[in-house]
Every structure is written in C-alpha cells, then in structure tokens.
Design a protein around this ligand. Structure first.
Ligand SMILES: *[C@@H]1O[C@H](CO)[C@@H](O)[C@H](O)[C@H]1NC(C)=O
Ligand SMILES: *[C@@H]1O[C@H](CO)[C@@H](O)[C@H](O)[C@H]1NC(C)=O
Length: 302
C-alpha cells in the first residue's frame, strides 16, 4: 500500500505576517483505504543558535542562553483515530499565526550561527504494525511594513547620505604600503529599507597604480549570548564586484546591491542574540594590495 502525505499552503510565496491566518490543505493519497490512530498538525517556530567550535569553551559558561528559543508551538488535532478512503482526501486547515506568550515572531533568517525558521508538520499516527507518516512544510515570516521589533536601534535616524573619503592617510596603521590614491564616495543611507537596494556612488579621484577590482561585501554579524558573555562572528553573505579592472578616474561608479532574501532580516537586538549587518567597500590594486572600508548598517522593514 502506498500512502502519500503533503501540506499545501494557499499562498504561493509562503510569506505571512503575525496574526495572518495560515491556510492550506493536507492532501493524503492512498491506493486503498487505511486505518490511522489520529492526525495532528503542528505549527512550530524557533530561533536556533549554534556556536562556532572556536567558542565552545566560553559558551559552556552560558549554555542557557544558546538553547533554542521557541516562538510558536501549536498542536491542532485534525482528526481522531479513524479510517481514510482510498483515493485522495483533502483536509483544509486555517491556523492563526500567534507567538507564544512573551515572544515575538521574528523574521525568517538563515545565518551561520543563528537560524530563525517556521514550519508546519503533519503527523498521521498508525498502529504499531505500520509506520507513522510525517510531512513538513516551511513558511516564512515577514514583519508588516513599519513594524519594528527593536525600538532602540542605533543608526535608526541616520537617513541622510553618508560621505566618505579613503586615502592612505585615512587607513588605520598597519596598512602601510598602500599606493597613493584618493577615493571619494557617498552612501544614500546607512539605515536601509530591506526591500530596497543599497545605493550610492564612488569616484576614484587619483591612484598611483592600476586598480584590479572594486567590490561590495555584505557581512552578517551574529552575536550569540549576551547577558553572561558572548560570541560574536562576522561572516560574508555575498560579494559583488562593482568595478572590474582598472577603474577610470573621476567617473562615478554606482554602488548598488540588493539585500538577499532569507540571508538578511531587519537588524535584531535581543537579550540572547543579535543580528547585525555591515557593508565593506573593498578596493584591490593590481599589486594585490587591498583596502577595506567598513560601514555598519541598519536594516528595517518599512
Ligand atoms: C510543544 O507543545 C507540545 C504539546 O503541547 C509539548 O508536548 C512539547 O513539549 C512542546 N515543545 C516544546 C519544545 O516546548
Ligand atoms: C520600502 O521599500 C518598499 C519596496 O520598494 C516600498 O514599498 C516602501 O514604500 C519603502 N518604504 C519606505 C518608507 O520608503
């Protein structure tokens, strides 16, 4: 006997906001009728924090703050024990999205050390002679525009363009050997609407050696554990080349980067973990010399 189980969500993009109803159907197909011991649908959401091995020692001291944080845990009894007919059975469901008490449904986020995920799981229990059936279906949470899970964000009102200038004299010590150059630029804002591209422009005013590449690097900074100590990890999300080969002097080069779904989320600062983002502007000269300028940014859903 072949039984297949599926969970189909009504929304094709699978994106929901808190208090939306998650609707869909459980689809069960079988080539003959069969008995079951009950059908349940479970909605779960959690923040999972993993610590890099280099931090395992210090993390043991604050193990409690890296336990998964459960945001939703809802069990719906779809059906008691019974019999399903052969053919296809569709069971519609509708579950309001509500967090557990004192929790917030943070946006879905896939990081290296922090993951925030939501899903539905359908279980069909069977008698001891048959295997239980199980199927999972992920969905995504997004804030309603204007919702801010994090009122005390730094840079929040930094909506004005940020001018910057890079030259050997602006580089911190230890960067000796940089060729004589001057780069001027502007970033439209460091408080960024996550659904809009990151924009600005830069101009290479002068440079003593040819440039090989100009790159924009998007970095996530994940902090795990806050009250009792912490592990802070910066890792690259993506690297985009905005200038390939020897950049012409005194011609504006646009800075343009779309924030990738799932790998970014609105900046989040909580008592147990933080998700922050930065952009590096990297210039690589033909002689392999490399300079970097770092801009902490704030992402908001608005
Ligand atoms: C989720 O809820 C179920 C049933 O209410 C319970 O048995 C289970 O322990 C809960 N899970 C967690 C991780 O709290
Ligand atoms: C943020 O970007 C979205 C998508 O482009 C747009 O609909 C929204 O109006 C923007 N919000 C603000 C405050 O500019």
């Amino acid at each position: 006997m072949a039984i297949s189980l599926d969970i189909r969500l009504k929304r094709a993009d699978k994106i929901y906001c808190e208090e939306d109803n998650v609707t869909g159907v459980i689809v069960i197909s079988s080539n003959s009728d069969f008995k079951h011991e009950g059908i349940t649908l479970i909605m779960e959401g959690s923040v999972n924090i993993q610590v890099s091995t280099k931090n395992v020692g210090i993390i043991e001291a604050f193990y409690n703050s890296v336990k998964p944080i459960q945001l939703i845990n809802l069990t719906c009894e779809v059906s008691g024990a019974g019999r399903l007919p052969s053919g296809t059975t569709e069971i519609p469901f509708e579950i309001p999205l509500k967090s557990k008490a004192n929790r917030v449904l943070y946006e879905t986020y896939h990081g290296v050390y922090v993951n925030i995920g939501y899903g539905l799981r359908c279980d069909i229990k069977r008698s001891f002679l048959s295997k239980d059936l199980q199927k999972s279906q992920q969905f995504l949470i997004q804030y309603r525009p204007g919702y801010n899970a994090c009122p005390q964000l730094p840079l929040r009102d930094k909506r004005t363009p940020v001018n910057f200038e890079l030259s050997p004299s602006t580089l911190s010590s230890g960067r000796t050997g940089a060729p004589d150059f001057l780069l001027k630029g502007v970033i439209d804002t460091v408080c960024c609407n996550i659904s809009k591209p990151f924009k600005g422009k830069l101009v290479l005013v002068k440079c003593a050696v040819p440039v090989r590449s100009i790159e924009l690097q998007l970095v996530r900074v994940e902090t795990c554990g806050c009250a009792e100590g912490y592990a802070r990890e910066a890792t690259e999300i993506q690297n985009i080349q905005i200038g390939d080969g020897d950049a012409p002097q005194n011609i504006p080069i646009p800075i343009y980067m779309v924030f990738p779904r799932l790998f970014t989320c609105p900046t989040l600062i909580t008592t147990n973990f933080k998700l922050e983002f930065e952009v590096n502007i990297v210039v690589i000269f033909q002689d392999d010399h490399l300079i970097t300028n770092n801009f902490p940014i704030v992402l908001v859903r608005e």
